[in-house]
Design a protein around this ligand. Sequence first.
Ligand SMILES: *Cc1c(COP(=O)(O)O)cnc(C)c1O
Length: 471
Amino acid sequence: MNYLSTRGHPDRKRFCEILLEGLAPDGGLYLPEHYPQVDTATLAKWRDLPYAELAFEILSLYIDDIPPADLKAICAKTYTHEVFGSEEIVPLRELEDGVYLEALSNGPTLAFKDMAMQLLGNLFEYELARRGAELNILGATSGDTGSAAEYAMRGKKGVRVFMTSPDGRMSPFQQAQMFSLQDENIHNIAITGVFDDCQDIVKAVSNDLGFKRKYRIGTVNSINWARLLAQVVYYFAGYFQATAGNDKPVSFTVPSGNFGNVCAGHVARMMGLPIHTLVVATNENDVLDEFFRTGIYRVRAAADTHETSSPSMDISKASNFERFVFDLVGRDAGKLRSLFVDELGSQARFDLSGEPAFKQAAERFGFKSSRSTHADRLATIRDTEKRFATLVDPHTADGLKAAREHLTPGVPMVVLETALPIKFAATLVEALGHEPARPARFEGIEALPKRVVKLPADVEAVKAYIAQNCD
Ligand SMILES: *Cc1c(COP(=O)(O)O)cnc(C)c1O
């Protein structure tokens, strides 16, 4: 399998070449040259596989530069009962007639990002050892991504993590999750500033090509193809659990921010998984909902990006969206470039409303969308507790609300549960008047010793810290 850039760069790459890279050299995103097709017979064969073996089958279609036995061992080591809390790894449960929750949040940091990041940690360790190389991962986080990356990379050979976060702005639980890690290869850097300062620092360091090369700086952000690929697997696993051996379609609703998660659903659907509808659920930051309703993609300024109670969906632009638009415009890289380079570059928006391609988003690719507000979130959390004795986190609540707006009779609707409620306890308390239950392993983490350095919002200070800590 070869990978291309959405912006038309002539180079073709193999999986392990793009594994450790971010954007393609022309600023595009990597995609496979084609989507491998899965027929009914293959689906039947995969239906009863344990999760790790299903992951191996799907990954094998996209990765041909890791020997199969090694890839199989990596999958087996990643998707275990011990790490994800159940044999099913992503158990499905019916909430009400035809509406299901797929649990993706029982990994080490209690958010779905573990599903991909845990695999990435093992792939990185494998590939770096094979090359005899090292990598220093530099990132910025306001919560879920940073902790998922740290728990995936802790103790891994050849990898260090330097994770910046805005000092004092994460929830106490999220801070404790990250700062209590004592592993030598994990460096927490609390920046005196806001999340945008952290992101600017990461960009500035990555743009210093000399520094980047000398200190082998890499990232693990959501545009990484391996992360997206790992997420394709749980659409298949959810589909198998929601159906009973027939080839009936299933719909999915996905709480969305950077469009990584739902883009994996799009890939699964392109492979032939019978997905009826993909519902994109957004919060008040409704860049994506606006596009799927109107055909206009309008990137927001920082000042127009709201801080909401589903903070992991607070985005101004959706970094993986370009992948879907590439398919939407018939994989025409010239057209893609005119939208994402010329139009977004000059006007921060593009408009497909008058073009046949826009109609295809719903008709051919199955996309629908909805938007929720803080009040919707609280109402859904209350209603779900009252009627089903189930607690959902604010992101999953956005998903549930959207799902109910797009039900099709006779088609099961699977809502992806993207975090556990304990991660967002303040909003649960606001909705219900009580704290959600805390898994035993997180009892008292706020009191554990913390490993974190505090630095000013200054690029040179962060560079100096990295230099000191890479021997
Ligand atoms: C990251 C995240 C999302 C958004 O996922 P994308 O892949 O960025 O669309 C939704 N919910 C939670 C809890 C998250 O951590």
